[in-house]
Design a protein around this ligand. Structure first.
Ligand code: HEM
Length: 393
């Protein structure tokens, strides 16, 4: 296994990690990334294989668990019940409960209100130069997920702040201060959810929280702690990535000289998928090996952790021709922006619905939309999203 070195907080890398991915992929199917102290896979075949292989999983093997620093305890108290960090049987139980409430009927029924929300936000745009991320991309996902769960949307700024502080735990730029902020946000968020769930028990509605409460009250399936964590996970996961799915998508289309006919009714779904392949908002997830497993000539021992580089996999020249070109007309092939296998994104249908409303409506309403300055990505790797998207109409 060859080694490669690259700081994930190096500004040039944060702005454009793709040349590094190409270099790493050329070194072989499994490459040791020195700064992460971990073997990583940068090619599509290996990433796809590992994510689908049940001998790898997200749950940390017992003998590999590290003691939790007391100042981060409130964060890990929530994470302990997160389906994203668990494997069957707990993962299966939690995920199936969410899926029961997250039906395609409920998601699709939101289409008209998502479209109406996009129009309302555009109506309120300032004239001249403004930050589209703030005025549009950030608002849609948080309002939609709050409505779906049944949390007051007036809390959107507070929800976003808690969520930003919590996801700081996954970022390469993590520091003692960001750990403390994450712990504080975790305590406040779970305190809020606990009180809010009690209130919803007394006043049930037609929303996801009510359906999760009913599962909890049926006694069979969901503890209160699991219920609280699931709501927090959905609120956080439900908007963090989608904001940057929209932001990166608009940037990509504008830089490619679009939208031309890319967002017509017949082309929009393929165009959205191509934006997610070309510049996805989440670049890396890890897996633990639970057995001795050979993948493309590399042997993983039980307890090895491996980085699966989703964004690098989606730029692999096998299976994509000219992967560095944004081409909405290319033949559709599955990309890995939403993962694959057991942890495949629960919210993918909702994220797709939001993006296929937000982008076409934006460009229909503002046909002269253009970049007012070169957009810059935030120093939040493995998240890959813009810090602002200054545009002019
Ligand atoms: C463009 C937007 C989004 C992207 C790129 C994205 C990406 C992902 C990825 C890559 C995973 C798998 C992680 C892994 O395999 O380790 C995942 C899991 C997950 N996502 Fe998303 N996501 C998006 C939007 C959403 C939305 C809108 C929701 C909720 C409403 C959501 C909820 C979840 C949940 C709950 C999981 C954990 C699933 C499990 O562990 O079984 N995501 N997402």
């Amino acid at each position: 296994m060859k080694h490669i070195s690259q700081s994930p907080i190096d500004p040039a890398f944060v702005q454009n990690p793709y040349p590094f991915y190409d270099r790493a992929r050329a070194l072989g199917p499994v490459v040791y990334w020195d700064e992460y102290k971990m073997p990583c896979v940068f090619g599509f075949a290996a990433a796809n294989t590992i994510l689908r292989d049940r001998r790898f999983g997200r749950e940390v093997p017992e003998n590999m668990r590290k003691p939790i620093a007391p100042h981060t305890a409130p964060f890990y108290a929530i994470e302990a019940h997160s389906m994203l960090e668990l494997e069957p049987p707990r993962h299966t139980r939690l995920r199936s409960l969410v899926l029961r409430g997250f039906t395609s009927r409920r998601i699709n029924a939101m289409a008209p209100e998502i479209e109406a929300l996009c129009h309302e936000l555009i109506d309120a745009f300032p004239t001249g130069r403004f930050d589209l991320l703030k005025a549009y991309a950030e608002s849609i996902p948080v309002i939609v997920i709050a409505r779906l769960l049944g949390v007051p949307e007036a809390m959107k700024d507070q929800l976003m702040q808690w969520s930003h502080d919590m996801v700081g735990m996954y970022q390469a730029s993590r520091t003692r201060a960001s750990e403390e902020a994450a712990a504080k946000a975790s305590s406040e968020f779970s305190g809020f959810m606990r009180a809010y769930v009690d209130e919803r028990r007394a006043h049930p509605g037609d929303d996801l929280i009510t359906s999760l409460i009913q599962a909890e009250e049926a006694g069979e399936k969901l503890s209160t702690d699991e219920l609280i964590t699931t709501c927090i996970l959905l609120l956080n996961a439900g908007h963090e990535a989608t904001v940057h799915g929209i932001g990166n998508g608009v940037k990509t289309i504008l830089e490619a000289g679009g939208p031309r006919d890319w967002l017509s009714v017949e082309n929009r779904a393929a165009t959205i998928e191509e934006t997610l392949r070309f510049d996805p908002p989440l670049h890396m997830f890890t897996r633990w090996a639970y057995e001795r497993i050979e993948i493309m000539g590399h042997v993983f021992e039980p307890g090895d952790e491996v980085g699966v580089m989703l964004a690098a996999a989606s730029r692999d020249p096998d299976p994509w021709d000219a992967p560095e070109t944004f081409d909405p007309r290319r033949p559709t092939k599955p990309h890995l922006a939403f993962g694959v296998g057991l942890h495949f994104c629960v919210g993918a249908p909702l994220a797709r619905l939001e993006m296929t409303a937000a982008l076409p409506i934006l460009f229909e309403r503002l046909p002269n939309l253009r970049l007012a300055e070169p957009p810059r990505y935030s120093d939040t790797y493995h998240f890959h999203g813009l810090s602002a998207l200054m545009v002019d109409t």
